[in-house]
Design a protein around this ligand. Structure first.
Ligand code: GMT
Length: 375
């Protein structure tokens, strides 16, 4: 198949899923064309069957903001025509699904590509439901030929908020099981970060308020009062400064390592003993899945999509949002019971593979493409 993929190229779950999907589809022999304003974050090497088409973000004195949605639509139409794309798969509804709709009008051929929109989370729960975006989001969902959501939780939210006039296919996030594994190939060494008797706790996010990074620090502080531990923080965002301030205020500076953004998190995750993702909103929680895949149990939150990723008391814990003391206690109980910790690590690894391995999920996408193309 000839497939166009549009996503945000920056570090973030939707761009990562789109990139990993494109890479896997290219491995399977499909021709994949990425269309975005920059090379996606994890698209960091040459690969057969993979192409990248940059979108102009031209500045002009009259524009306060360059009209990216329009230049993107023009580029989508151009690539679709030149390469005879069959599918235009856009990740994150706004503005990508709207641009795809416009591109289809521009193409004006008897067989324009089918538009598939994958909803990732905040495009529905935050941005899309904002009154200024509500109508255009609903329109863009309804004019797509196919819609997927990364969890049942998000599909339900979408139905409740937008009541779309077509079905939503749930296709979960996935991970590359050749790369994400305990003690993966290029993995760093525990001793780079911690002494032999110290536990390593991890967290990855874009440090936005929905991630509750301050809760991460609070949970870590409580754990570190009882057991020797270090905190590894990966990612960056608006609350990074707040997080640093909080860490200094609590005198935890020498126990916390800030990595900033890392494109190869599989090199760091395997050294962790526990991963924290106490988010307020999480449609799926790709970071949690990648940790589990590396054999790291996860503490996450109830009433989010994490309930489809973590099994309480099996490969981690699901607790109410904001209950940092309960989260810390669950973490301490697990870390101080070596046998139970090993069982959780094994469960994390095996359940992730069984449910969210690349072969299973990429095939679900391929089948969905076929269904949208041929009915
Ligand atoms: O985690 C983020 O805030 C980034 C965001 C995005 O759209 O890039 O991630 C969302 O998509 C990921 C991939 O499908 C999901 O695993 C994340 O749970 C989701 N984030 C939220 O719902 C907050």
């Amino acid at each position: 198949m000839k497939i166009g993929i549009t996503c945000y190229p920056v570090a973030g779950g939707s761009g990562i899923v789109a990139t990993e999907l494109g890479q896997q589809l290219a491995n399977r022999g499909h021709q994949v064309h990425f269309i975005s304003y920059a090379i996606p974050f994890r698209l960091d090497r040459y690969q057969k069957n993979l192409f990248f088409h940059g979108v102009e973000t031209t500045a002009y004195p009259l524009f306060k903001h360059p009209p990216y949605a329009l230049t993107l639509a023009a580029k989508m139409a151009d690539v679709a025509r030149n390469y005879e794309l069959e599918i235009l798969h856009v990740h994150y509804a706004i503005p990508h699904a709207t641009s795809a709709f416009l591109a289809r009008q521009l193409i004006n051929s008897y067989a324009p590509p089918k538009i598939i929109t994958t909803l990732h989370g905040t495009d529905i729960t935050l941005v899309g439901s904002d009154p200024s975006f509500f109508d255009i989001t609903r329109f863009s969902i309804n004019t797509s030929d196919g819609i997927t959501a990364v969890s049942k939780y998000l599909a339900d939210e979408t139905r409740e908020i937008f009541n779309p006039d077509k079905p939503i296919q749930v296709i979960h996030n996935f991970f590359d099981d050749d790369r994400f594994k305990p003690n993966g190939g290029d993995c760093c060494k525990r001793k780079e970060f911690a002494a032999d008797d110290e536990f390593i706790i991890g967290h990855i996010s874009n440090f936005r308020p929905v991630k509750r990074t301050i809760d991460v620090i609070e949970i870590f502080e409580k754990i570190a009062e009882k057991v020797p531990a270090r905190l590894l923080l990966i990612g960056e965002g608006p609350e990074t400064i707040l997080a640093r301030r909080q860490i200094n205020k609590k005198n935890l500076g020498d126990r916390v390592i800030f990595f900033g953004n890392q494109s190869r998190v599989e090199a760091v995750l395997p050294v962790c003993d526990l991963f924290l993702l106490p988010s307020e909103e999480e449609s799926f929680g790709l970071a949690a899945l990648e940790a589990l895949a590396c054999g790291v149990p996860v503490i996450g939150t109830l009433k989010t999509g994490l309930v489809e990723v973590i099994e309480h008391n099996v490969n981690g814990f699901l607790l109410p949002i904001g209950h940092t003391t309960d989260m810390a206690e669950a973490g301490i109980a697990l870390l101080t019971d070596k046998n139970r910790l090993n069982v959780f690590k094994q469960n994390a690894y095996s359940l992730a593979r069984e449910r969210f391995g690349k072969d299973k999920i990429v095939t679900e996408y391929e089948n969905y493409y076929q269904e949208i193309l041929y009915g």
